[in-house]
Design a protein around this ligand. Sequence first.
Ligand SMILES: Nc1ncnc2c1ncn2[C@@H]1O[C@H](COP(=O)(O)OP(=O)(O)O)[C@@H](O)[C@H]1O
Ligand SMILES: CC(C)(COP(=O)(O)O)[C@@H](O)C(=O)NCCC(=O)O
Ligand SMILES: [K+]
Length: 259
Amino acid sequence: MLLAIDCGNTNTVFSLWNGESFVSTWRMATNPTRTADEYFVWLSSLMSSQRLTASVSEVIISTTVPRVVFNLRVLSSRYFDCRPLVVGRPDCLLPVDVRVDAGTKVGPDRLVNTVGAFDLYGGDLVVVDFGTATTFDVVDMDGAYIGGVISPGVNLSLEALHQAAAALPHIDVTMPGQVIGKNTVDCMQSGVFWGYIGLVKEIIARIRAEHGRPMKVIGTGGLAPLFQQGDVLFDEFDESLTMHGLTVISNYNKEFAGQ
Ligand SMILES: Nc1ncnc2c1ncn2[C@@H]1O[C@H](COP(=O)(O)OP(=O)(O)O)[C@@H](O)[C@H]1O
Ligand SMILES: CC(C)(COP(=O)(O)O)[C@@H](O)C(=O)NCCC(=O)O
Ligand SMILES: [K+]
C-alpha cells in the first residue's frame, strides 16, 4: 500500500491508498521535533486498532514545513523499507509544468493540488485551499501551475485579532446569524466570516478577468464547506484533493521508472 503524507503548517494528514481507494486517513498536529519512532508508534497503533494488516511498501510526502522531511524519510526507510518520494525534490517528477518566476519555490501542497485538480476536472481552474494560509492556485488549460494568491488563513486572522487586542477573546469561526453583531463575539465572527467571503469572491473575480477564459473553482480544506454556506463560492468541493494529487504523482513516477 501507498502511505501518502500531506504535512501542512498546522496539521499532518496520513492516508493509506490500496491502489483503488483510501483505506484510512489519520491526522496529527504538525510538530517538526517528532521523531521517526514517534510517528511509527502512533501509526502502528492506529493501524492495529483498525485491524489493518497490509503493509506499506511506498511512501510519498508533500510538506510545507521543510524540517519534517528528515524524520519522515527515516520513518520510511526504517519501518517501511522504502525511499519516499518527496514532492518538490528533483527526483520527484510532476505530470504538469510549473510556469512561475525563475527561482520561486512554490509550496509543494499547491503543486499537488494542481495535479489532483487537473486530473479530476481538467484545465482552467482556481483551487482554493483553506489551510494555515488560504491559497489560490491557478491551473492553466494544459494543467500547468501558473501562479496564484496567498492570503492569511481564517484561523490566523482570528488569532491575530485576539493576540493584538486585549479585549477580544479567542473564538472559532462560524456563520453568524446576522451581519450587524450585537456583542463582541458576533461582531468578530461577522468580520471574519463575511470579510472572508468578500476576499474569496473578489480574488476569484479578478483571477477570472486576468486569465480571460472560463474557469472552474474548486474548494478544498476543512473550512471550505462553511464558507460555501454563506455564498456560492465553488463549483466543486473536494476534501481529499491533495491526497488524490499525491496518488497521481506516485503513479506517474512509477510509470516513468518502469519505462
Ligand atoms: N473542519 C474544520 N472546522 C474548523 N476548523 C478547521 C477544520 N479543518 C481545519 N480547521 C482549522 O483550519 C486551520 C487549518 O487547518 P489545516 O487545513 O489542517 O491546515 P494546514 O494544511 O495548513 O496544516 C487550522 O487552524 C485547523 O484547526
Ligand atoms: C502558502 C503556504 C504557506 C500554505 O501552506 P499551508 O496553509 O498548507 O500550511 C505554502 O504553500 C508555502 O509555504 N508556500 C511557499 C511559497 C509559494 O507557494 O509561493
Ligand atoms: K493552504
